[in-house]
Design a protein around this ligand. Structure first.
Ligand SMILES: [Zn+2]
Length: 112
């Protein structure tokens, strides 16, 4: 099993919001019933996190109407140990150096 973030966009119009939400929630899917929406903050998308076997299974949860525009992202977590291993493989740019360079290159724009 893997975790996937499903992102389902819709048009930024009140009727479209209500219609999209009704269709998603009305499917009877336990996953979609718990969808989170960004509409009230101007982000006209629904997000659902599911735990299924494959990306295709995750896509299949989305109603056909929204499927072509849905974005499915497999989620992973990093442990600190893994990150140290990854960073060690990039010795040409040690983490500390990269951090320092980042600070040195940071120049706030005059307009900000
Ligand atoms: Zn909306």
């Amino acid at each position: 099993m893997a975790r996937f973030l499903i992102e389902v966009p819709h048009e930024a119009r009140t009727k479209e919001c209500a219609l999209a939400a009704k269709i998603l929630i009305g499917t009877g899917s336990q996953y979609l019933a718990h969808a989170d929406f960004g509409c009230l903050d101007g982000e006209h998308k629904a997000w659902i996190i599911v735990e299924v076997g494959t990306k295709e299974e995750a896509r299949f949860i989305v109603p056909p109407l929204f499927r072509p525009r849905a974005k499915i992202v497999q989620l992973n977590k990093f442990s600190l140990g893994e990150l140290e291993e990854i960073l060690e493989c990039h010795e040409e740019q040690p983490l500390e150096e990269a951090a320092l360079r980042g600070q040195a290159e940071y120049t706030p724009s005059p307009s900000a």
